[in-house]
Ligand binder design. Structure first.
Ligand SMILES: [Zn+2]
Length: 379
């Protein structure tokens, strides 16, 4: 294992930040996996899962079983780690700019299409090598175009530079109250069905574009666009599987979850040829993929407090009571429900609700008419 501490852009006089990166295996020896946790800083289930995954990787390393390269950022957001208001950590948005830490990653698709023009051939492996070497070059070039470079943009670019040429990009997040679920490009499906089954995902949401370029899409989209531009003339595999894994809710920081979750990720790496050894049989999938455009997001009709009647992870029917919002000043009580049958895969973590505030999400199995463009909750 090699540990590196990358100095991030100094945000202010007398202040510095570093990003810890650990590398297992050898670059170029086989497929590359990139893992990061807590890009939204106060989402710690991924941090404890990577802690346990590293224990497994260390043992495998000692036995010479690592046959690929595994790059791991155990906590990806030193900026967000120190953002507190009222004793509460606030890690989703950068407080200075208001921007979501998991949006606005560079989209290198157009630059990549230009860069490989006239260089592709009929050997898919050679094409992948060429494309990856161009991606490595383009992300470094892109940094020169970002002016002025803020500490937030420096963090984004530093993470993107580490992940840009990976075969597997695993961005570990969590929801507020949720079962295990994941987001992934529809172009990575059904390839990623083994990952979904191995980690026990109860809701696997697919979309090509979810809006504002979150971290995972910065690595899957260039391949999608390149295949669209040249795929009829040249063999270009969908060589990067990039996903956002939501490790349940933000308070689900327990060894009883994290140890098996880490073991499942280790088995996935074995199945994909990054670690030798038998991962055993693939567990039966708990869900099939469903479209992100089939998610019904339920919002509060008025302010008050929310009292849920359905648990996160429940399979619910359209019109079924999921809970109610109660205004104790007016006595107004409004029962809420979803317009679709599906999995209630996300519930808000607070109980005090404002008018139009987010309550919960239900994933149906068909796109909902008019649901396009901005498919995720917030910028
Ligand atoms: Zn998150």
């Amino acid at each position: 294992m090699q540990e590196e501490r990358i100095e991030l852009l100094r945000p202010q006089m007398g202040t510095s930040r570093t990003l810890t990166v650990r590398r297992y295996g050898k670059a170029g020896s086989g497929p590359k996996a990139y893992f990061q946790a807590a890009l939204h800083a106060d989402e710690l289930p991924g941090v404890i899962t990577l802690h346990h995954l590293e224990a497994l990787l260390k043992k495998a390393d000692e036995k010479g079983e690592i046959t690929g390269e595994i790059v791991l950022v155990p906590f990806a957001n030193p900026i967000g780690f120190t953002q507190y208001v009222d004793m509460k950590p606030l890690g989703r948005f950068e407080m200075r700019s208001g921007q979501n830490f998991n949006r606005h990653y560079p989209d290198l698709s157009d630059a990549l299409i230009d860069a490989v023009n006239g260089k592709l051939g009929q050997n898919p492996d050679e094409n992948v090598k060429l494309i990856r070497s161009e991606l490595r070059r383009l992300i470094v070039e892109h940094r020169k175009d970002v002016s002025p470079l803020t500490d937030l943009q420096d963090l984004r670019l530093t993470l993107a530079e580490l992940a840009i040429d990976a075969d597997y990009v695993m961005d570990l997040h969590c929801d507020w109250e949720a079962p295990m679920h994941l987001y992934i490009s529809d172009h990575n499906w059904p390839d990623a069905a083994d990952l979904s089954a191995q980690i026990g995902s109860e809701c696997s949401l697919i979309a090509e574009i979810s809006g504002d370029n979150p971290f995972d899409e910065a690595f899957s989209r260039p391949w999608v666009e390149l295949r669209r531009a040249y795929g009829d003339k040249f063999p270009i595999p969908m060589a990067t599987l990039a996903t956002t894994i939501e490790l349940r809710g933000d308070r689900d920081v327990y060894d009883e979850y994290a140890i098996p979750d880490a073991a499942n990720m280790f088995k996935f790496l074995q199945r994909r040829g990054l670690i030798s050894g038998d991962p055993g049989p693939l567990p039966e999938a708990k869900c099939d993929a469903t479209p992100l455009s089939g998610v019904d997001r339920v919002m509060a009709p008025h302010g008050g407090m929310v009292v849920f009647a359905a648990q996160a992870g429940a399979k619910v029917k359209a019109g079924q009571e999921l809970g109610y919002v109660l205004d104790c000043e007016t006595g107004e009580k409004t029962v809420f429900s979803s317009s679709v049958d599906g999995v209630l895969y996300s519930r808000i973590g607070t109980r005090l609700i404002v008018p139009g505030g987010y309550l919960c999400s239900v994933a149906g199995d068909k796109p909902i008419a008019g649901r396009e463009g901005q498919l995720l909750l917030s910028k």
